[in-house]
Design a protein around this ligand. Structure first.
Ligand SMILES: [Zn+2]
Ligand SMILES: [Zn+2]
Length: 320
């Protein structure tokens, strides 16, 4: 091969390489930006590719790099290929739940965490307005909070119990991996306190906590009635931290849509469970969720960078 052909080939390969990078790279216009969320103005939450959420007061520039990556320049740091931006984000996040729990524990209060899967903030607000959750509506209004990305159960649940973003929990998807960060249950144990989790038929997180699993004994299509029964039994002598995870609203939401008659009927049932569970409970109570849900053609789904998926309520009761 002559030298000329070799040089020509190398140049051609480089050009083709750049063309491929250019056309497969992200377009700045594709970067999802959620605005008008009612949080503090002139602030931003940037969701990074490695699973973190970074807050900044200002974004100087969003540009494309020579390799066609999107780069956000935000004062003291830059982020390459972000997942999305939330403008004026709520000041609270799912990672703040850990602090509420620890402060209760430090005050020698017991804590009951009622985790209603799939109840995003907008769905919670709509359900209150439409009278579907009369008991929860009678409590102090839930704090609007961010969840992590992707907004799916395993990822958000890991952040809820560790106070860390996926970058530090190591949970970025539904693979069952051990958590990289200590949980509220570990921290409580260190302080000589007990914890229990009540769930459906599988353990969602791989972490060290006593977990009561349940099956659909009466075969009515949901395990939440059995979970509720287990919870009522536990509440007779509750551990320091009791986390009860209900999944039926999310299940019905996937199947029929989060605002369907079927899903809302289930939510009403959960609201009545919540009422009986908290009635005689004297400790601190946190009612929250992991993510929301949006409508799709044949039901509902979540996992996208959408406000419906990314905002959750944190309802506090008894916290002084
Ligand atoms: Zn979930
Ligand atoms: Zn789901």
């Amino acid at each position: 091969m002559s030298k000329k052909i070799l040089v020509f080939s190398i140049i051609a390969i480089i050009i083709i390489g750049f063309v491929i990078i250019y056309f497969t790279g992200q377009n700045a216009a594709d970067l999802p930006i959620i605005t008008d969320t009612g949080g503090a103005p002139h602030s931003f939450a940037i969701y990074t590719e490695d699973g973190d959420v970074l807050y900044t007061k200002n974004i100087d520039k969003i540009r494309k790099s020579i390799l066609n990556n999107i780069v956000i320049e935000a004062g003291s740091f830059t982020v390459t290929n972000p997942i999305g931006i939330i403008e004026a984000p709520p000041s609270k996040s799912i990672t703040d739940i850990k602090q509420y729990v620890l402060s209760s524990i430090d005050k020698e209060n017991k804590v009951l965490i009622i985790y209603i899967d799939g109840l995003g903030y907008e769905l919670y607000e709509r359900a209150m307005e439409e009278g579907n959750i009369p008991y929860m509506a009678s409590l102090d209004k839930g704090i609007k909070a961010l969840t992590v990305y992707p907004p799916i159960t395993d990822v958000a649940f890991a952040s809820m119990v560790t106070g860390e973003t996926p970058k530090y929990t190591g949970i970025h998807n539904r693979e069952k991996r051990p958590l990289l960060a200590p949980t509220i249950f570990d921290m409580a144990y260190e302080k000589g306190k007990t914890s229990k989790v009540i769930e459906g038929n599988i353990r969602i997180l791989t972490c060290d906590v006593e977990t009561i699993l349940n099956i659909d004994e009466n075969k009515n299509g949901t395990i939440d009635d059995e979970i509720y029964r287990s919870a009522m039994t536990e509440l007779k002598a509750p551990p320091n931290i009791l986390l009860v995870h209900f999944h039926s609203y999310d299940d019905m939401g996937h199947k029929y849509g989060p605002s369907s008659k079927e899903a809302l009927e289930q939510l009403r049932i959960l609201d009545s469970y919540v009422e009986s569970m908290v009635k005689d409970y004297t400790g601190d109570i946190i009612i929250t969720s992991d993510h929301g849900m949006h409508d799709v053609e044949d039901g509902g789904n979540h996992g996208d960078f959408l406000s419906l998926d990314l905002f959750i309520p944190i309802i506090l009761k008894n916290h002084k």
